[in-house]
Ligand binder design. Sequence first.
Ligand SMILES: *Cc1c(COP(=O)(O)O)cnc(C)c1O
Length: 363
Amino acid sequence: MTSLEDLPLRDDLRGKSPYGAPMDPVTYALNVNENTHPLPAAVRASIVESLAHALEDINRYPDRDFGVLRGALADYANTTQQGQRLDASMVWAANGSNEVLQHVLQAFGGPGRSVLGFPPTYSMHSIIAESTATSWVSSPRGENYELSPEIVTEAIERVTPDVVFLCSPNNPTGTSVSLETIEAAYDASHGMVLVDEAYVEFLSPGSPTASDLLPGRERLMVSRTMSKAFAFAGARVGYLLADPAVIDALRLVRLPYHLSGLTQAAAVAALRHAPEMLAMVDDIRGQRDRLLRELPLLGYSVSASQANFVLFGGVADPQQLFSELLARDILIRDVGIAHSLRVTAGTEEETTYFLETLATLSR
Ligand SMILES: *Cc1c(COP(=O)(O)O)cnc(C)c1O
């Protein structure tokens, strides 16, 4: 049998591990922060109708610039945008926001360049840095995983990265980054600043977001996804909001026709039903708040989460607790933080089963 080591692999990829969230089939999958509520049947039927229509032209390449989808994403983003309206020229999209991040590092990172991140943060940030041969530099967070204008400014002045990755709310801690901190990062940096807002819909309604800072900041980028609140993880659609010049830069590195006609049609149809797609977000926020309230009653500590998951600490042996939950048909996530595990806020029934099961296990 040939092993990886026998192949003439790029030297900088030797010994690396791929992204590896376990995918065990379980009844209670609370491990990758999906919206665990299925789509309403009427929305599914409407998407199927759009897909059927898209199949009429499937012998042709799709719209390479996916103008209709970009317009629909701009309209959707504008429903929460404070200040300047966004339009299609400020929107990019790809097969998940992971691919968007890859485009960003292909265009603005690469050999001889660096990206600065603040772990613990989304594991794909460093993996995409590696795959694009961008050097990943990390700098620590403050108390309770918080970032402040001082912390980010000090790190950026010390590292002088070509790209800065912030994540708000941050995965896996759930903590959000203030606009003041994002502005400070932008002012301290001479490179690009990306704010990963995969969980933006789970912030309290009316919260300002990084996209409100876009006017006049042509080096700022905000990435978002339809995979989490929007209940569309399987369709693979992520997007980015930025100055039109940034979008032009990303066009240089994307593969032509990277978004299939079926993906575009499905996403546009889903966006037409945004209120129904997002109907469960309030409920999920409620389950997150319940986890934040009830985990401490079981003796665990929690990080202040504004996302649809909670990182809880005070676990004697995370691997053991993870396995004991798995044996009871519950999959959560061991994110490699000492004495901590992360759980997704699911439906009320899922959250109840998780909490009741956890109560029967020793810490
Ligand atoms: C889940 C997640 C993503 C989403 O990735 P997609 O490729 O859009 O599914 C991006 N960033 C963070 C921080 C995430 O947790």
